[in-house]
Ligand binder design. Structure first.
Ligand SMILES: [Fe+2]
Length: 298
């Protein structure tokens, strides 16, 4: 695709993306034109699900799942690695004044760091992939893995501290893993279940919404603020559930986010434009085929 067309598309992406039903149209066409890839991913997804025992599932109605298993070593190990990283990283990252989004949410590690590799390994864990695939209906692409720090000091207009839908796809799963305990005073993830969120899809054109505006259509008793101990996992469809986080409180928040999206989402059009998956460079000759697909190298 010519770079100018790509640039124009990115600039005008919201016209293909809102109101919400346009995403459906876009992904349906994308699947149709890429049916062979679609069917391979579907089969791989089924094989991952069939290899796992009974697992909790993400409700289609609610679009989210909170899971706190008694023992889940892959998460415990990664939380340990995150704590080591936080203790040894240049501490000025926690005190410096950030720019734009960094004011309330900042990434702590570069994309090619060792910690990123550990997070990618966790994102490829078959238990997690199975839960996500069952909900999305297709083997997804891991679009990004992050350890994020929220200072929770101030409220900034127009950011992710206000209700919004994430723009990538009809469905996606962001898996939030709390590194330390999160209380009401640590800017918890707050979301509205998908079934309630649907009430405002028709009038949503992207951007951020105030609580007051949302409350005119959705009873605030459906605003779920999700607190939890270290190790709590929240599988949230942030493309279907309005959500916010990192609001001011007494404590900062450290959270891991693993993002899974459909290969046919507007971010990865198989028509040859826009972005390459972020972690495709980690694939080598020894990488298992399913991991190659998860990392978007296939
Ligand atoms: Fe978001």
């Amino acid at each position: 695709m010519h770079p100018l067309i790509t640039k124009l598309f990115i600039k005008n992406q919201k016209h293909f993306n809102y109101p919400y039903r346009k995403r459906n149209g876009y992904e349906t066409i994308s699947k149709f034109f890429n049916f062979p890839t679609y069917s391979i991913r579907k089969d791989l997804g089924i094989s991952v699900i069939n290899c796992q025992g009974k697992l909790p599932s993400i409700s289609k109605k609610d679009g989210f799942l909170v899971w706190f298993p008694k023992k889940f070593d892959p998460v415990s190990q990664v939380i340990g690695a995150c704590r080591d990283y936080i203790a040894t990283v240049d501490q000025s990252i926690f005190t410096k004044k950030g720019d734009g989004k960094e004011e309330y949410l900042r990434g702590l590690h570069p994309d090619k760091s060792k910690l990123t590799e550990s997070l990618v390994k966790l994102a490829c864990d078959r238990t997690l992939v199975s839960i996500v695939t069952k909900y999305l209906g297709i083997l997804p692409i891991i679009n990004g893995v992050k350890l994020l720090y929220s200072p929770n000091k101030k409220l900034y207009e127009g950011g992710a501290q206000f209700f919004h839908l994430d723009p990538e796809g009809v469905r996606q799963i962001k898996l939030y893993i709390y590194v330390e305990d999160v209380t009401e005073e640590s800017g918890p993830l707050t979301l509205i279940p998908a079934q309630e969120s649907e009430k405002i899809y028709r009038s949503y054109q992207g951007g951020r919404l105030t609580d007051e505006w949302v409350s005119r259509f959705i009873d605030p008793q459906h605003f779920y603020s999700i607190t939890g101990a270290s190790g709590t996992m929240i599988f949230a469809d942030t493309s279907r559930c309005f959500h916010f986080g990192s609001r001011p409180g007494k404590n900062p928040r450290f959270v891991i986010i693993l993002q899974y999206i459909s290969p046919f989402a507007i971010n990865f059009p198989w028509f040859g434009w826009v972005r390459k998956p972020l972690h495709a460079h980690l694939v080598n000759d020894n990488t298992l085929m399913i991991d190659q697909y998860l990392l978007g190298a296939q």
